[in-house]
Design a protein around this ligand. Structure first.
Ligand SMILES: [Zn+2]
Length: 160
């Protein structure tokens, strides 16, 4: 119902391969899910959608594993689907979540995928992973430094 259950470094995640849908009944238990955004992310070349739970079994949190090292995610999909996923396939990945942020300088609203620091995923190696990752650190409009670690810009809005 909710993707493929895999364990990465001791954490259970529900992995959605490219194009796989989140079932309608599952959406109600999901934090952070947006139907149209999900459509857009479903085929993204640098990420795969994952659902994670914290202490309780529900709700699930909608997020993505993101790579900036050119990892072959179509290969990864096949391995996950056949039950062959290994921790080493996720060495270049970081966990990110969809968020709306505003630039403190120019006020533009940005829909982004930002590093999820609340979930302690890859905690032991996170600093190392972030150093190796290509992060977007400045506002795409005014180039002021952003206070959030962004892996992808999704949309830009006009501030109210
Ligand atoms: Zn700005």
């Amino acid at each position: 119902m909710l993707g493929h259950v895999i364990v990465i470094e001791g954490r259970t995640v529900h992995y959605l391969a490219a194009g796989e849908e989140v079932s309608a009944e599952a959406r109600s238990e999901l934090v952070g899910f947006d139907f149209h955004e999900d459509r857009e992310l479903a085929q993204h070349p640098r990420l795969r959608r994952v659902l994670t739970a914290l202490v309780r079994p529900t709700p699930f949190f909608y997020g993505v594993l993101h790579w900036s090292d050119g990892a072959d995610l179509k290969f990864l999909d096949r391995e996950v689907i056949s039950g062959e996923a290994k921790n080493t396939y996720f060495t270049g990945a970081v966990l990110a979540e969809p968020r709306t942020i505003a630039c403190l300088n120019c006020g533009v609203q940005l829909r982004v995928l930002a590093i999820d620091t609340g979930q302690a995923m890859f905690a032991a190696t996170l600093a190392e992973r972030l150093r190796a990752h290509e992060l977007k650190t400045t506002c795409p409009v005014c180039e002021t430094r952003l206070g959030v670690q962004v892996v992808e810009f999704l949309h830009m809005g006009i501030s109210p």
